[in-house]
Design a binder for this molecule. Structure first.
Ligand code: SF4
Length: 425
């Protein structure tokens, strides 16, 4: 099992964290809609925002906007801002129209934005009001994806946390497992097969693929977070009596083993059976990682804050591929959920939370890491300064969890280095 002693490192759990506030270069939580709308197949995300929010979604979704996506922006016009129209009436009208046209929508999220928050439009009241009206056919919930409240993946956290109070109560005496976090279907299916082979069940996922199939929750629910950015959702589940299983996040062979092991232990799976069941997947992951290792070993890497995946990924790269994390920045550091990850990070790693982008870029320039993981807005400027970069967004949009994706995950980091080496020749 992956433990600090096992890898002979002191760990980063006691390392002071550089806390920075200032200019930030991050996405707002609206971006989560891009993967959430594909995951929950009968949900619709209606952003109540400005043209800026609509532009953001269009550019982040790319070609998806041509595929009749299940998201849209109700644009707050100047006359709404001027108080000439009652925003609530307008919103009701839009929702009525939309649900009439799209009877396939079973779950509607009203998503708050900076403008809707600044004008104090009460979307939770609107959701409650509209739920009564459309109660027979569509559930209506709300959450905030605004840049004031949320950074990038925190939009998913807010969305899932909004689902929790409405989950059915699970009063059964038998423990059940819940996987929490929107994973690509192919990855989710792999995990479900593994839990089945381990004899663990029933297993549910939050979110489910359909509004009507959301999992029940109760004191016998044990849950595994598949993503590190789900602090609010975890708290909401704990409020409903569920217990979080503490584990590394399922990145790489070690992370995935530890994550599965936490469930195996909670469900009393025999150690021999556990090892036998996971051995083929673990071996495949190890082989794929051995292939990527020569290119990555010893290379220095810095992460700029983006998604909260930074710490688990730095742990994976350090432990399994021999990379050297220089600075690992995260928009928010959830110490309790990341305690085991921090214990495995090399002690010399510089940790930072939040951002003052100019100071952080000065540190990147002084460190000159071999690879800098950053957002699209910083990647090209840094490349122009001779630094090699990896777009952080791909780490969220690509299937990266579990044994069978470990090689692809390593390759996401290897690719820019390989390209740089090729172009240099
Ligand atoms: S929610 Fe705020 S940060 Fe996000 S696109 Fe709209 S205005 Fe910009």
């Amino acid at each position: 099992m992956a433990t600090a002693q096992h890898f002979g490192r002191t760990g980063c759990d006691a390392t002071p964290v550089l806390r920075e506030r200032g200019q930030r270069e991050v996405f707002c939580g609206l971006t989560g809609i891009i993967w959430l709308h594909r995951k929950i197949q009968d949900a619709f995300f209606l952003v109540v925002g400005s043209r800026t929010c609509a532009h953001l979604l269009q550019s982040a979704a790319g070609v998806m906007v041509f595929a009749e996506p299940r998201f849209a922006t109700a644009i707050i016009e100047e006359r709404d801002l001027a108080g000439m129209a009652d925003c609530n009436d307008e919103l009701d009208r839009i929702v009525d129209q939309m649900l009439l046209r799209r009877p396939d929508i079973k779950l509607l999220f009203l998503v708050g934005s900076c403008p809707s928050e600044v004008i104090k439009l009460d979307l939770s009241r609107a959701a409650a009001r509209l739920s009564v009206k459309h109660g027979g056919t569509t559930r209506i919930l709300n959450y905030s994806g605004s840049g004031i409240e949320t950074t990038f993946t925190e939009g998913e956290d807010a969305c899932l946390a909004a689902l929790v109070p409405g989950l059915a109560a699970d009063a059964s005496a038998k423990p059940s497992l819940m996987i929490v976090g929107a994973l690509p279907d192919v990855v989710e299916d792999q995990f479900l097969r593994l839990f089945d082979a381990l004899g663990i069940g029933p297993v549910h996922t939050l979110p489910a693929r359909r509004a009507g199939a959301m999992p029940p929750v109760g004191p016998n629910t044990r849950f595994l977070l598949a993503q590190p950015f789900l602090g609010e959702t975890a708290r909401a589940l704990e409020d409903r009596g569920a217990t979080r299983l503490d584990a590394l996040f399922p990145f790489g062979a070690e992370g995935t083993t530890d994550w599965l092991h936490a469930a195996a232990q909670a469900f009393g799976v025999d150690a021999m059976q556990f090892r036998r069941t996971i051995a083929p997947g673990r071996e495949r992951a190890k082989r794929a990682l051995a292939h990527a290792r020569p290119l990555l070993e010893g290379r220095r890497i810095s992460f700029l804050p983006d998604s909260q995946l930074e710490i688990p990924l730095a742990r994976f790269l350090a432990i399994e591929l021999g990379m050297v994390p220089v600075e690992v920045g995260t928009p928010y550091l959830h110490r309790r959920h990341l305690a085991r990850e921090l214990a495995l990070l090399p002690a010399a790693t510089r940790l930072s939370e939040g951002q003052d982008v100019d100071r952080q870029l000065d540190r990147v320039r002084a460190d000159r890491p071999d690879l800098t993981v950053c957002g699209l807005g910083l990647a090209n400027p840094l490349e122009a300064e001779g630094l090699t970069t990896k777009w952080a967004i791909e780490l969220v949009f690509s299937p990266v969890h579990g044994f069978d994706q470990a090689g692809d995950l390593a390759d996401l980091f290897a690719r820019p280095l390989r390209r740089r080496d090729l172009l240099r020749v």
